[in-house]
Design a binder for this molecule. Sequence first.
Ligand SMILES: C[S@@+](CC[C@H](N)C(=O)[O-])C[C@H]1O[C@@H](n2cnc3c(N)ncnc32)[C@H](O)[C@@H]1O
Length: 282
Amino acid sequence: MPLHGAGRVLREQLTQGDDGPADHVRVGRMRARGVITRGTTFTNRLRRLDRWLSLPPIGSPLVVDLGYGAYPTTTVEWHRHLRRRCRHVRLVGLEIDPGRVAAAQSFAVPGTLEFRSGGFELAGLRPGLVRAMNVLRQYDESDVASAWRMLAKNLASGGRFVDGTSDELGRVAAWVVHDSIAPVTLTLATDLSTMDDPAVLAERLPKALIHRNVPGEAVHSLLTSLRETWARTAVYSTFGPRDRWRRSLEALRDAGWPVLETPNRRRDGTITVPWRSVAPSP
Ligand SMILES: C[S@@+](CC[C@H](N)C(=O)[O-])C[C@H]1O[C@@H](n2cnc3c(N)ncnc32)[C@H](O)[C@@H]1O
């Protein structure tokens, strides 16, 4: 499937409900919702998110990594990370490309890690947590709402999914946490040891926001304010980038931004705000 066709095909499927047209990937008797896209992935790419998501999943010990790419590297890493914190977690890697599902089978761990075909419908699973990183970035902005609705509908009670984007090495990332009803938060994350200017975050905004980084949109105001507070706190660089980041976030909060980070999180170079403070204008 050519990349430029991803958005069109998905929109046709999602707007026509569960009995949509024949453009889909068939999985047994189910249709995997979505389209096959580039499978780029990288070791440790999602480690920053995995650390941030360190709490056990709510509602169900079942966790899904949706769209793991050409190799299941990040799924295997997440499995290790989760199992160290919660022995009951069961992780299923879902991919819409059947060739990538077949290639991942040798990485399965009986009873705790498996790889199956599936799309935004989550292959009939009801997970407590879904990670969908660098998946929607290759779709059109207009596909996001329907993909989010489908994911949300299939969560376990109290469950959440994460839709986000990162650079290849995982040094810059951004993600939205969505519960079974609506988006809840936006998090921006950077590697403070390599980040010179928070402007780099703009390129990694999730699909729902990347085209909204323009004057008049709330996410543009947030990034502008963050750049200003980062520049203003340059004098604290001698205490290290973590100290400077913490002071930048405090300045943002003083300026009225509802920064939700805990002190522990701030050390990781992340900032989380309620979705309502950055939601795109209608
Ligand atoms: C760029 S890779 C991301 C790999 C990994 N998550 C990462 O961040 O490194 C995107 C993958 O998502 C898959 N994909 C796209 N749409 C999907 C969908 N609706 N359901 C499941 N997988 C999907 C593509 O086939 C591709 O392998």
